[in-house]
Design a protein around this ligand. Structure first.
Ligand SMILES: Nc1nc2c(ncn2[C@@H]2O[C@H](COP(=O)(O)OP(=O)(O)OP(=O)(O)O)[C@@H](O)[C@H]2O)c(=O)[nH]1
Ligand SMILES: [Mg+2]
Length: 316
């Protein structure tokens, strides 16, 4: 039997842990479009996040110690309210910093590449107003960084047949690149460059869907509740265009990927700074709270089911 999977990714502080924590009560109560076959019961990472949320706080960022921080897990889910095909939801690591570092140093492990190659879809997180977002560089510098990063890696990252799908980029004149920039390393890599790199890996590595369709990538702007109502109403793509123009540009032209944008609030408000909201939140069941804006060709649609980004990436 072909094992279908989709993978959940994002940089540091992008909202992954709180999202997974928020999914758990919905899985337990069998609410929402995704149903878990069986919930693994020894996942400290998820249990901890659920506990925080149930007490009315966001879970803190995951352990940044590289050794302790690794805690891959997967869960088998079905879409279409339990009637869809079985798919593995892979959360390949718990610290976005690991991803940031791996991308910055071009040292994505074979293990991670294998996870990407097995997946036929992804959910990519970027968080609104995170103080960990490294501000955009100007276009010219960011473009040069991307070119430098791309120079030696395209052919070696995934297998050749996958690499061939990507148009080779024109390398910049070596002198120009060396003169104008020093390649940043580690978490200082601008967030939008990190996101473009993640996207490039997805273009290279994701498998075609079982039905022959393009791999789907749901891009989730997390903590969407923190944005001004006016900015929110413009939709997640408009937000990305303002904050991460390089990444937004890449999303508009992703070749073999099918991309859709989502604006997500895991519980529907800000537990950290809005006491009134927090009191209201604690009075109701967590599985009934949170929302997502879905942006597609028809415009922006609000929905209550926070599982929708995953469900869409799975093909629903
Ligand atoms: N207001 C609001 N804040 C959120 C929401 N989701 C996440 N946050 C905030 O974002 C912070 C980071 O979220 P995490 O879930 O820890 O992010 P992460 O991607 O797991 O981060 P790393 O573990 O560092 O990789 C949280 O501590 C919250 O402050 C949301 O829906 N609304
Ligand atoms: Mg985390």
């Amino acid at each position: 039997m072909i094992r279908r999977s989709i993978v959940l990714l994002g940089g540091p502080d992008s909202g992954k842990t709180n999202y997974v924590g928020r999914l758990w009560p919905s899985f337990q109560k069998r609410k929402g479009v995704l149903r878990a076959e069986r919930l693994p019961n020894d996942i400290a990472y998820v249990d901890g996040a659920v506990e925080y949320l149930m007490r009315g706080s966001f879970a803190p960022r995951s352990d940044r110690n590289l050794e302790v921080g690794r805690a891959d897990f997967s869960i088998s889910v079905r879409g279409a309210n339990g009637k869809g095909a079985l798919t593995e939801l892979m959360v390949p690591d718990i610290s976005g910093e690991l991803w940031a570092r791996a991308v910055a140093t071009s040292e994505i492990s074979q293990e991670w590449l294998d996870v990407l190659k097995e997946a036929e879809g992804a959910v990519v997180f970027v968080r609104a107003l995170s103080d960990q977002n490294v501000k955009p560089l100007d276009w010219v510098t960011a473009r040069n960084i991307l070119r430098l990063e791309a120079k030696s890696k395209d052919a070696e990252d995934c297998d050749d047949s996958v690499a061939e799908r990507v148009e080779p980029e024109q390398p910049p004149p070596a002198q120009e690149a060396q003169d104008t920039i020093a390649l940043p390393s580690g978490p200082d890599l601008p967030t939008q460059v990190l996101l473009c790199e993640l996207l490039r890996y997805l273009v290279l590595c994701l498998a075609d869907r079982a039905d022959g369709g393009r791999p789907r990538v749901a891009v989730v702007v997390a903590a969407y509740d923190l944005l001004d109502p006016q900015i929110r109403a413009g939709g997640p793509m408009a937000y990305l265009r303002r904050e991460f123009p390089l990444f937004a540009g890449r999303l508009a032209d992703t070749g073999r990927l099918d991309v859709k944008l989502f604006g997500l609030s895991v519980v529907g408000g800000d537990l950290a700074a809005d006491d009134e909201f927090r009191s209201r939140f604690l009075e109701r069941d967590i599985s009934e709270q949170g929302w997502v804006f879905v942006e597609d060709g028809d415009g922006l649609r609000p929905a209550e089911d926070v599982m929708l980004p995953i469900a869409w990436a799975m093909g629903d």
